[in-house]
Ligand binder design. Sequence first.
Ligand code: ADP
Ligand code: MG
Length: 247
Amino acid sequence: MTDSGDLLVVLENVNKHFGDLHVLKDINLAVARGEVVVVIGPSGGGKSTLCRTINRLETIDGGTISLDGRPLPAEGKALAGLRADVGMVFQSFNLFAHKTILQNVTLGPVKVRKIAKADAEREALELLERVGIAAQAQKYPAQLSGGQQQRAAIARALAMKPKLMLFDEPTSALDPEMVSEVLEVMTSLARDGMTMIVVTHEMGFARSAAQRVVFMADGQIVEENTPTEFFTGARTERARDFLSKIL
Ligand code: ADP
Ligand code: MG
């Protein structure tokens, strides 16, 4: 898979251990530019670790990961550049509590991308508009609802103009009535052509926005399929068993 063509992310034989625990076992995954992949599977299966290896929050002990045709750098300046290319949204928002929403969104562009503050603020306001919380720009995270905070976190990630967006269970810490506002933002991002890897159990999102579902368990990719095929006719017992518990 050296000719990456329109592949944005390529993982080949990726392995990761935490001590004796083999958390990622020979993971092979290629994501095309503009593709939306939903990763689903039981807790402890390695989904978060997979996301964290792709933006090098975790190192790997075997295999290769490349982004846009280049292998991930191990450390240093190149790594900071890579981080800017990969936006990540976590379950727990992770906004800076003592900065306003606007400051949260402009911080990365000003510090890392060296954008002039006025330009960064203008872009940030456009992004906050896009995720529907421009009116909250001067507030602090604690003054926002969970759904608004998560939309701010998405705007903050987008402000770095990433090539890839990773979402790790972005709606699982939200009150039920706030889930849809976040999924709507993610769906519109998908429609706009953003390449996305999304760990979620939200079937509706998978069906409406994803091209592919990857089912992960025990550190392995057990099954991959289109959302329709996966939800109506999973091939493996493991996946069917999982689906019977969450549907
Ligand atoms: P998932 O996101 O699918 O629930 P994780 O990637 O969080 O799975 O975890 C996979 C396995 O790795 C689990 O057994 C978890 O306990 C373990 N694990 C995750 N992070 C660490 C860590 N930093 N140190 C040791 N074990 C870890
Ligand atoms: Mg997880």
